[in-house]
Design a binder for this molecule. Sequence first.
Ligand code: UDP
Ligand code: MG
Length: 316
Amino acid sequence: MSLPVIAIVIPCYNEEEALPFSIERILSILRCLDQQGIASSHSYILCCNDGSTDDTWGIIKKLHSQNSSVKGISLSHNRGHQYALLAGLMTVKDRCDAAISIDADLQDDPNAIIEMVKKFNEGCEIVYGVRASRASDSWFKRTTARGFYSFQKSMGLDTVYDHADYRLMSNRALNLLSEYGESNLFLRGIVPLIGLKTDVVTYDRHERVAGKSKYPLGKMLSFSIDGITSFSARPIRMIFIIGLILLLLDVAMSIYVFISYFGHDVIPGWTSLMLSVWFLGSLILMGLGVVGEYIGKIFVEVKQRPRYAISDYLID
Ligand code: UDP
Ligand code: MG
């Protein structure tokens, strides 16, 4: 049996500081895979430059000229982590036996790659990298990230807990992934839908090797909302349920009003009227907001725009 060719896919956005370290480190892991006889010596790295404004692409080109195991693609402009990752995965789909996606900052321990490949050789088609602890993250990042998972779960979006986009996918899994044509990309939600034999590898999360995070709170929040509205209709159902409860309360309220009306004099209450007008007004606005969110998604989906455009290849 021939050894599997593994492609390591790295989305890179303004990573000129981190990239030289990261590539060096991952190349050593690839050598290790080769020495241990668990992956082919033709395994390689594919860097996806996500429209960086610094010298990231220049560095990728330089590393490619020094070592042909470092390959690259460059998106024509910045599309965001998920799209850069998809572009990379779709590029290696028919050029490897399995692909592993990892961030350029090596916050996810690259040693887990070895475990992932072992699991792949044992027959797993998707292997999730799951963080054993978040000790290296700041208190703020840790708390907001926890909130992010529980909020998603309560809204009906099931993802693998403490798994970001560090995972191995077999050639078959990648081909199945390519059939998901949605524009609002949330890979963490899509991959579990693929099925196939899956397993988990745990690792410790480290500090960034260099550079700054490109995922501040605002981006993380919008990513979370994107995930929920792409995968779950629970928010809209919640509005419906609130409406139903209010309707029941309204029936009880009407009975009470009628009894009071026939029983004794009622002074028309300006305060209660105002309160209900405001309350109902905000409820209606909230409902409209949720409906609007879904209509926005439909709007983007029906246009069926290409999700990325690759301008350069450094493949062969
Ligand atoms: N990234 C990208 N496009 C973007 C933002 C980020 O390709 O628009 C890449 C980035 O280079 C890194 C990965 O996505 O390899 C994760 O980003 P980052 O480490 O900044 O996020 P964090 O780990 O702080 O959540
Ligand atoms: Mg990071």
